[in-house]
Design a protein around this ligand. Sequence first.
Ligand code: ASP
Length: 332
Amino acid sequence: MKKNILLIATGGTIASTSTEDGLSPGISSEELLSYVPEIKDYCNVETMQLLNIDSTNIQPEHWVMMTEAIEKNYNKYDGFVISHGTDTMAYTSSALSYLVQNSKKPIVLTGSQKPINLPITDAKKNLLDSFRFASEDGVRGVYIVFDGKAIIGTRGRKVKSKSYAAFESINFPLAAIIDDRRITKYIRSEKNEKEVEFYKSIYPSIFLLKLAPGMEPDVLDYIGEKYEGIVIESYGVGGLPFLDRRNFLQKLQDLTEKGKIVVVATQVMFEGSDMDIYEVGFKALKKFNVLQAYDMTIEAAITKLMWIMAQTKDFEEVKKLFYTRINEDSLY
Ligand code: ASP
């Protein structure tokens, strides 16, 4: 029997048309479907127009809206495809992985680098692939489907700003390859008997600071006044500068004494942090209450913190949840 899939449209290039001010989302969810009639060969589809915005405008509150839309329709459909801009898609896929836990049904995010109404576009393939993947038996949880790859929600990252191969799976194998004829799954979803859980609060106020040589540590004074959670994109396997007048460790002390939650991550895309290796990391990790991101993407680290800090701001509780595996298939 054909599965019933709900398309939740949110905008992005896939739904954009040319305007005097540049590309802007304007194509409706129904119109999107009309460009790919083959989808109906694989599943029954209904659509919902949740938003129609460039994903640069996506905010954490929109992730809660998406969660609510999925929850409201969860029993009615076998799976969900969310069309979305590519710019913040990896943030949305990570956030939904924490906001919708233990889903027995697939939630597939997709988009495109070219609008669907152009003669040459990746939109039709990505949309069709997404519905095919969402109609597969045994696929559960959140994914990005793009350019023939299915990537686990917490592992995706936009790595190309223009080409069709825009997304990569970071520090984790692809979930599946989708070609014209078949879907080859590399990861079998873990059996998970837990009930699906929807979280509808998020703590949006997390600051991401990318280190560069020369940065003055007192920038953390300001950040500490405005934000409760800070992710620092440091270098290499993770560490903070402490020489001379640019001593970040001193600031770390002030922040952690005030109860701020600090996660140290790395600017390097692959392989992640391991702060025990060098003095610059070891000192920060051992002397202060800081967490490290290990091999998580920045997108996953930030959104996991947003999900956790909506529940607690106590360091020990945050630490426990941050290091707890939420999605069996992704290790985060
Ligand atoms: N600016 C667009 C967006 O993220 C880019 C895209 O969809 O490819 O909404």
